[in-house]
Design a protein around this ligand. Structure first.
Ligand SMILES: NC(=O)c1ccc[n+]([C@@H]2O[C@H](COP(=O)([O-])OP(=O)(O)OC[C@H]3O[C@@H](n4cnc5c(N)ncnc54)[C@H](O)[C@@H]3O)[C@@H](O)[C@H]2O)c1
Length: 403
């Protein structure tokens, strides 16, 4: 298939592009490199030494003989170029990763709130309009998030894959209806993903676009079979308070000798998936699109759920690192249940990589190997959900020499 990967320079997009290329698909990446610019703005860098996109693509050609195309385009602001790209490429499938994806960054300032909405909503809507206008029949696979469902809203009831069957009382008795699961965004970032869902429903119905929305859990791990082939192909690893995701942060913290930063009680339960499973899920999703005219197909892209404190204890026991309980900068329930249906990907053949298989490898191969690149001043999460909420002082001001 000819596949256009939007946001293909990012943490999920880059390994997905390499994986799909390795599987014989013809890949073009479109990315405005905004994620790299945000690193400069936040004065932080990936723990792993990621190379510029040109060098990445050059290295790929040397290592595998494969070529991946690259277009630097802003989906949110360069609509005409998006249309021209679609018309020129005429892809069979489009994978859409290209959004600002950090909840803490989205809550950081007025500017980042507005940027996140402007960027994400416009990027998605431009893409949908461009597909409808050009009539290109590519199926679209979008990366949504488990956070659209909210945490704790449905108690111990399993979260379905996108849709909920409800009974509506009417004077003539109950009417059964299938509705999109109610949206319960916990940040401006999550809000944009819930808005994406409505746009997908509309364009699937009005313009018969074929759309799959993947409600992904928190991605952990770094390398895939393809990114590990040459250091120039290495994937990014974010550990900072805005972009670092919880499990990767714990792994990095353990490697540098920083206490594991648990916010609040650590009773928050979250869903996880390894990066190797993310790329496989995308392959399964593009191979199994919905029919034209069908409602968007929602698949929950997760393999495990864990309580944050249990993860901290697991990594603490494995590495001898203590836990620090810090004020929670988010407005969220102290504890929640999370039971998620993920039958669709399992039925399509996904074989999950579990935490117990991959964790130690990550500590040694990535977090310990590159720990000298870490800046301890970037570890504590500083973005707060409301003005006046406190965050902790730095727990480590410089990296211990022997660590
Ligand atoms: N990383 C996770 O744990 C996780 C979990 C659930 C869902 N997701 C979703 O998966 C997708 C990818 O996440 P990621 O971790 O790879 O993020 P990322 O920030 O590493 O990658 C996103 C890429 O999109 C690009 N981009 C952003 N806005 C753009 C625009 N307007 N035009 C062109 N390119 C643009 C960025 O430059 C970046 O390379 C996101 O939509 C995110 O919401 C990620």
């Amino acid at each position: 298939m000819r596949v256009l990967v939007l946001g293909g320079d990012g943490f999920c997009g880059w390994p997905t592009s390499l994986y799909l290329s390795d599987r014989g698909h013809d890949i073009t990446i479109a990315d405005n490199l905004s994620r790299r610019k945000i690193d400069i703005e936040l004065e932080v860098d990936s723990l792993t030494p990621i190379r510029p996109i040109g060098e990445r693509l050059h290295a790929l050609k040397e290592v595998s003989g494969k070529e991946i195309g690259f277009v630097n385009v802003d989906l949110a602001t360069e609509y005409d170029r998006v249309v021209a790209l679609l018309e020129e490429l005429r892809p069979d499938a489009i994978v859409h990763f290209a959004e600002q994806r950090a909840a803490p960054y989205s809550m950081r300032t007025e500017k980042t709130k507005r940027y996140t909405v402007d960027n994400n909503v416009r990027a998605t809507h431009n893409l949908l309009t461009a597909l409808a206008t050009t009539g290109i029949e590519a199926s679209l696979v979008h990366l949504g998030t488990m956070g659209v469902y909210g945490y704790g809203w449905s108690g111990s009831a399993p979260i379905p894959e996108g849709y909920l069957t409800v009974k509506v009382p009417t004077p003539d008795g109950e009417l059964e209806r299938e509705i999109l699961h109610p949206a319960n965004p916990g940040s401006v970032y999550h809000l944009t993903k819930t808005l994406d869902q409505l746009m997908f429903s509309f364009y699937a119905s009005n313009d018969r676009l074929r759309i799959t929305d993947l409600h992904q859990g928190i991605v952990w791990g770094t390398q895939t079979e393809q990114t590990i082939k040459d250091e120039r192909l290495i994937n990014r690893f974010d550990y900072d308070g805005d972009y670092g995701t919880v499990l990767n942060r714990f792994l990095m913290q353990a490697a540098v000798g920083h206490p594991l930063t648990v916010h609040g009680t650590g009773g928050q339960t979250r869903a996880f998936i390894h990066i190797k499973d993310t790329v496989r899920c995308i392959e399964l999703a593009i191979a199994n699109p919905p029919e034209a005219g069908a409602k968007p197909l929602v698949r929950n892209q997760i393999t495990e759920t864990h309580r944050v404190l249990d993860l901290a204890k697991m990594i603490g026991d494995m590495t001898g690192t203590e836990i620090a309980y810090l004020p929670n900068p988010r407005r969220e329930a102290e504890e929640n249940e999370l039971c998620v249906r993920n039958d669709q990907f399992l039925a399509l053949g996904l074989k999950p990589t579990t935490l117990s298989e991959g964790l130690l490898e990550e500590v040694h191969e990535i977090a310990s190997k590159y720990k000298d690149r870490a800046d301890p001043a970037k570890i504590i999460a500083r973005s707060v959900w409301r003005q006046g909420m406190e965050t902790s002082a730095d727990l480590l001001t410089e990296l211990p020499a022997d660590k």
